[in-house]
Design a binder for this molecule. Sequence first.
Ligand SMILES: C[S@@+](CC[C@H](N)C(=O)[O-])C[C@H]1O[C@@H](n2cnc3c(N)ncnc32)[C@H](O)[C@@H]1O
Length: 266
Amino acid sequence: MEHPPEIQAVIAKYPTLKKAFDTGVESDDGREGALLEFILAHPSRIQFKTAPQTLLDAVDEFSFKKDFLISVGPHKAGVLSDLLEKHKPTSIIELGSYLGYSAILFAHTMKTNTQNAGGEVKDLKIWSLEMNVEFAGIARQLIDLAGFDDIIEVVIGPAEDSLRQLVKDGTITNVDMVFLDHVEELYVQDFKVCQELGLLKKGTMVVADNVLRPGAPDYRALVRGLKGVKSEGIIGLIIPGGAEDELEVSNVLEDLKSGKDDTSTT
Ligand SMILES: C[S@@+](CC[C@H](N)C(=O)[O-])C[C@H]1O[C@@H](n2cnc3c(N)ncnc32)[C@H](O)[C@@H]1O
């Protein structure tokens, strides 16, 4: 397939992006199983539990050398770690686990922050919601290899159903952070589900990935127009390739009403 010169230059520099540019396919074509095999045979594997960053580095290495992965990747990982260090969440709901990269990043950062502050690691919790059973299975294996199976629970099913069930059975009553990283078209709907379930309280931080690429303009307009929410975009790069994207970081300043149809704006 013939691409414009700027795309050809990107592909020449980052060959693992070729398939995505040629076919539009970025996941679910066998690469996830190949990643698991790569990780299980990786020379750093004996360090994964003692130094979980080595596992994330190995996933990034696969994305650079073997096949592109739709994980947040190393640049956005830095942005997210900084946010966690500032906000210090102890409970997180993530919509879209994929292979567990961001969940492992969150667990590692939260655990390090908590230990540095003399807090209790046993109080940390991440619910990572994933509807693809194969991806969820690989995520659980990587989470186990990184030693975070006590902190991260991968919940299989469509995010909306899992959110409703977790709240209904009393597993979740409130969270410090929501990470939206599943499908941009569902950000508005699932943000409203979190609101309806009473999860968006004063102090909650909601972070949404990919608001520029592929883009979530409706979501951005919603959170920026909501009374009681302070929202801004932070630049994050898609790696490999270096394409500029933004994460929308929304801090809830007052409890958002849990009325189902409440969409009150400033
Ligand atoms: C971009 S990936 C998530 C990447 C992950 N957060 C990371 O950085 O490692 C999006 C994931 O959301 C999942 N997904 C898509 N729609 C979903 C839904 N409605 N509920 C739960 N998961 C969904 C996809 O199967 C895919 O694994």
